[in-house]
Write a protein that binds this ligand. Structure first.
Ligand code: S3P
Length: 171
């Protein structure tokens, strides 16, 4: 089946999915959607609160349910996804059906500089952010690579530069 005419951004927390996605959607005159924001709107609460009250697996179920509900209706949209979205194989398949899947890759140093001081990401709160980022990134890198048809490195690049690279590839 041909992927629909959407762009799907995947990658670790702090890789720039939301900022790049929003900018890219303006350049393409596409809509912009962000799975975290859609889940928060649907549940009427924050991601932190969902993790706190129900745990990670419950959140992963919400992510999968959201993709299933979006899959047939999404058109001309840039979809930014939560960093854990491709953990489930089922989601990887759904994302591939929805559009061109682009992995925004970032080194652990880049990620740490972008998320340090962060209090809204439940998986990164507390002590020793570096150890947490390195461990989680190490366990996910291959998953992101496998799920994507395009990989863009974002280290030391502006949102505009990253978006221009994507536009040059998909044009
Ligand atoms: C998560 C990433 C977050 C959010 C949740 C879990 C993850 O999204 O979905 O905190 O498992 O990597 P961002 O990648 O937009 O920060």
């Amino acid at each position: 089946m041909m992927a629909a005419d959407n762009i799907v951004l995947i990658g670790f927390m702090g890789s720039g999915k939301s900022r790049v996605g929003s900018y890219l959607s303006e350049r393409l005159k596409y809509s912009f959607k962000d799975t975290d924001k859609l889940i928060e709107a649907q549940e009427g609460t924050t991601i932190q609160e969902i993790f706190h009250r129900h745990g990670e697996e419950y959140f992963r179920d919400l992510e999968m349910g959201l993709l299933i509900s979006l899959k047939d209706t999404l058109r001309e949209t840039v979809l930014s996804t939560g960093g854990g979205m491709p953990i489930r194989d089922e989601n990887v398949k759904l994302l591939a059906m929805m559009g061109q899947v682009i992995y925004l890759q970032a080194s652990s140093d880049t990620i740490i500089s972008r998320v340090s001081g962060d209090t809204i990401r439940p998986l990164l709160v507390g002590e020793d952010i570096r150890a947490k980022v390195e461990k989680l990134l190490g366990s996910r890198e291959a998953i992101y690579e496998r799920a994507a048809s395009i990989i863009i490195n974002t280290d030391n690049k502006s949102v505009e530069e990253i978006a221009s690279e994507i536009l040059a590839i998909i044009a």
